[in-house]
Design a protein around this ligand. Sequence first.
Ligand code: MN
Length: 411
Amino acid sequence: MSTFTIDPKLRSWIPYTDDTDFPIQNLPLGIFSVGDGSGRVGSVIGDQIIDLSCLPGLTEATGIPKSVLTKDTLNDLIALGRPVARSLRKYLAEVFSAQNQNRSSFVHCLLPIDQVKLHMPVHCGDYTDFYSSREHATNVGIMFRDPANALLPNWLHIPVGYHGRASSIVVSGTPIHRPSGQIVPKEGEAPVFAKSKQLDFELEMAFVLGKENKLGEPIPIEQTEDYIHGLLAFNDWSARDIQKWEYVPLGPFLGKNFGSTCSPWLVDLDALQPFRTKGPEQDPKPLDYLQQAGTHHYDIRLEVFLNGSRICRSNMKYLYWSMNQQLAHHTVNGCNMRVGDICASGTISGPDPDSYGSMLELAWKGTKPIRLSDGSTRVFLQDGDRLEIRAYAEGPGYRIGFGPCEGEILG
Ligand code: MN
């Protein structure tokens, strides 16, 4: 990897403040459109969208054909592989570096971010959601099963997950309709058909596949990073009352598949390298195919705002299972991953009660209402509520952010 693109001292001729999500070290990828125009590939520095298809010399410098940059998904671009992604990052860092004297050739490729519409960054064929926060799994186990045996016996051996629904993943800003379904009003009673009264969020991060493996060929854990293009911020909206009635014996279904929200920006794993950190100690030792040396977790700060009030502060480093372990496990039976597939982490809860990544846990099954700055309280989401996840890694004088990951609840 070229360390030039992530040098904290690198500055851009595009002005921005220290607290922007998008300094020149970030250079995430996304899909944008202007007016009624079709989607195309962009990046962002400060509050300026960079129209990649407009930049002179990009194809010559990187080998990326222009046709890939005028598509309405990132799939074909990220499928070109990591060396190409690296040459693109290097090209963008050079063009927009404060040292570049030839700004006039590029300035016409910039658009203020408030003049564009941002779209789903990838076409996602398959979506998997893991359950990799020990604190979250423990909290749920305490609330719904047995405080003495909160974790199920498999949890410390397997990165537990389920196959979710790809079609209902939407980009930040898309409203979420409160789902209806079968709900049991009181334990032991017959189910009724009604609107969910226990609509919740789940604070998650997700990785996006940039490379495929063949059916029947597992990805060894040492190679998993070659397959992960980058990360998204992610909200796995959940209807707890629907989920509670349906999840035994086969797991989440209609309590989850009515909508999931992702950030518009796909942050390259290279931009996150300075934020690698050690994960929690794993005891018992995982089986051989899940063992790895080195640091494989990421120090990414996570915040959740409900109608502007911050209700949670967590961190991606709290996850027990790393993305490498998740991907090695996902494919160990030969399951084939495809470019654009999304794997979400599971709710990321930390050790402190204000770091819990869902309302179920923050309000502890409805027993501790959450107070918002307007004086109102919540145990679950109400119609009209606006929930936003913010994710960013903080370096010296800059942060690598994902942009907002938010949605409003419609009745
Ligand atoms: Mn989830």
